[in-house]
Design a protein around this ligand. Sequence first.
Ligand code: ATP
Ligand code: MG
Length: 446
Amino acid sequence: MSEVILLIDDDQSLRRVTEYNLTEKGFNVVTAASGGQGLEYFKTTSPDLVVTDVKLGDMNGLDILGKIKEDAPDIPVIIMTAFGSIEMAVQAMHKGAFNFITKPFDRDTLILSCKKALELKKLRSKTKLLANEINRLTGTEGIVSASSVMKELLDTASRAANSEATVLITGESGTGKEVLARLIHQNSPRSNGPMVAVNCAAIPIGLLESELFGHVKGSFTGAIKDRKGHFQTASGGTLFLDEIGELATDIQVKLLRAIQEKEVQPVGSERVKTLDIRIVAATNLNLQKKIVQGEFREDLYYRLSVIPLFIPPLRERIEDIPALVKHFLKKFDAPRDVFFSPKALEVLNAYQWPGNIREMQNIVERCIILRKKTVIEPEDLQLLDHKSLVLPLTPVIPNEGIALEDIEKSYILKALEKAGQNRSEAARLLKIPRHVLLYRLKKYGL
Ligand SMILES: Nc1ncnc2c1ncn2[C@@H]1O[C@H](COP(=O)(O)OP(=O)(O)OP(=O)(O)O)[C@@H](O)[C@H]1O
Ligand SMILES: [Mg+2]
């Protein structure tokens, strides 16, 4: 795929010659005859490079440069002018132009400059990708915490980080358990050691023991050589046991022993290996409930939850929402003038967020990509499930008012959902007689 160059020049003959020269070199050229058209094409064609004249009929090339730098700072801009003055050149470079060429210029000067600019652009995107990857791997993306519950939680977490105590992080899916675990590791005295993350739910039961504790050659078919388990790989660092609630009970016993004795016995080995690790575990399941159901060992639970950290669901800390929106706008490189309207934020505040912060991140990213204007309105959000629009515990009345009927309807729907569409059960949940519920269902046409 060849690179796209947007060429803005109001001089028709020069535009044609330059277009011809660039096209001949294999570039894909889009031409614009005025500043306004140039900016329009900039939005619609997303070029890799812009080459613009300074003196355009309707605008100044330097203003175009300014606008482009605001919108997409990584796109290089080359300025050309017949009125080359030092001051203008200095101004252009100050405003972030890649280069400045004076007319008349020969073909090769322009082509060389374009090639260099495009190389720079490629390097920039590569660097950005790498930086994102590093952030993802090290978890230093920054944890947004505007609400007092989150601030307090992070405070506890950073104090916990300083110790060797086992931490159990609980919270719904997408609330940030893994980012918190990484933060704890990074702020711990073990931060120079490895952080090994193991998803307990993703390993087939038959392989769990050998994956966690290692095995020796010949201990089972396929064990062609000695292999270290995650417990040993994490030596000197932190072992993050994710989805711990999914662990089968027989392996729970072995895990408990490993934590208690601080040693493991690889599968098929006579000898035990001493461990030097710190354990952080996480789950989105209710372990206390699993204990009652006999699916999780109580002794293991107490071993793990020396320091329990519960991350509340997003709907219970809506003060974080505006800060998170801002954070994700920046993370996904939205131009500075893109924002969520107050109404859209209101909708986000009232939403139930079943997928918590992960869901919000996806929504913001989608809004940035699909936006038609700079302001994002409620209809652009495309929230999944209107039924999950639930009322916050403290009632909020928007400026335009709210119909009591709608509130009632949403609660009736929610109760039916919770009751698996069983009407008697839904009536019981709503504390009304069954016939009253039936009457309202009919009245609202539900
Ligand atoms: N407070 C926060 N600030 C910024 N980003 C966050 C925050 N919490 C979570 N995220 C982001 O949300 C996404 C989900 O977080 P994470 O993977 O840690 O959730 P989780 O609780 O482990 O989810 P699951 O239970 O599904 O594994 C990640 O991309 C993470 O970077
Ligand atoms: Mg996770």
